[in-house]
Design a protein around this ligand. Structure first.
Ligand SMILES: NC(=O)c1ccc[n+]([C@@H]2O[C@H](COP(=O)([O-])OP(=O)(O)OC[C@H]3O[C@@H](n4cnc5c(N)ncnc54)[C@H](OP(=O)(O)O)[C@@H]3O)[C@@H](O)[C@H]2O)c1
Length: 273
């Protein structure tokens, strides 16, 4: 099955920068009617202006999605604007890079809130509208942008891994539940991506394993893969070589991958005794 995006009403979270912004730009070029959301209203306004200048349709609703009332307002705005909601793209996310022993309960809860409860509660809020979209034969979908951290445990990213594993589990459960409504639930798992602004993406940057943030995958490539997953209705996609390798390696060679992860963590510990 391929999904038609022209004229579809799509809500994109995390659209102020990074992967979410690039996803929104691509969806607009394909003729989708967008509601874009994030907290930074200026960045959203510049995105909407550039989409409209190119002949696309987009509305911005600035919101802190950890607030239930603001979440409700975003979804209501999408439905009010276009009369229907066909696709929810959960792209908003944060990360914490650092060891569990030196982290805090507050960091853990913030990461779980943005990466897990926000997409989960947005899905709940959107579900009746997606059912209506299905009844009208408009091929509704939820796409969750998780991470390979949702399939593999990576040292120095404990909160991130926990939040993305939770999102992957929810995605799989809902995929089965929503099938009877004809709502597709899709999952994309990028590896390390070069952030537009690492200091805003990471709420903590003290990790003790080597991660090549500068040489990471360009967000444009990830955005292309996200849009391809939506148009081709791909249930699960690991994006980039490292992500694919980990995704495949964990199935084919789980002991080997555990050994590599342990070695990664031990190497730094030995160096910084
Ligand atoms: N970067 C990576 O290495 C990587 C790897 C794998 C997966 N991912 C996932 O891909 C997604 C996008 O990552 P990215 O690299 O594009 O990150 P990014 O550039 O930091 O963008 C994150 C987006 O989420 C929004 N956001 C954060 N907290 C929010 C809140 N409380 N309410 C509403 N919006 C909020 C941000 O907007 P405001 O700050 O304006 O609110 C921003 O638009 C995330 O889910 C991330 O976990 C990233």
């Amino acid at each position: 099955m391929t999904r038609e995006l022209k004229g579809r009403s799509i809500l994109v979270t995390g659209a102020s920068r990074g992967i979410g912004r690039r996803v929104a730009e691509r969806l607009a070029r394909l003729g989708a009617n967008l509601i874009v959301t994030a907290r930074s209203s200026e960045e959203l306004d510049s995105l909407v202006a550039s989409i409209r200048a190119a002949g696309g349709r987009a509305e911005a609703v600035a919101a802190d999605l950890t607030d239930p009332l603001q979440r409700r307002l975003v979804v209501a705005s999408a439905v009010e604007q276009y009369g229907v909601l066909d696709v929810l793209m959960n792209c908003a996310g944060i990360a914490s890079f650092g060891e569990f022993a030196t982290s805090t309960p507050d960091i853990f809860r913030r990461v779980m809130e943005v990466n897990f409860f926000v997409p989960a509660e947005l899905i709940r809020e959107c579900q009746p509208h997606l059912v209506a979209s299905a009844a009208a034969g408009r091929q509704p979908a939820v796409l969750n942008l998780a991470s390979i951290c949702g399939r593999a445990g990576i040292p120095s990213l404990p909160e991130h891994c926990a939040s993305k594993h939770a999102l992957v589990g929810l995605t799989e459960a809902l995929r089965a539940e929503f099938a009877r409504y004809d709502i597709d639930v899709l999952l994309v798992l990028p590896g390390l991506v070069k952030s537009d602004d690492l200091n805003r993406h990471l709420i903590r940057n003290e990790g003790k394993v080597y991660l090549d943030f500068e040489g990471a995958q360009p967000p444009d490539e990830v955005a292309d893969a996200v849009v391809r997953s939506l148009t081709h209705n791909t249930r699960e996609r690991a994006v980039g070589f490292v992500s694919w390798w980990l995704w495949f390696g964990r199935r084919a060679w789980p002991r080997g991958v555990r050994w590599i992860m342990r070695r990664k963590a031990d190497k730094w510990a030995a160096r910084h005794k």
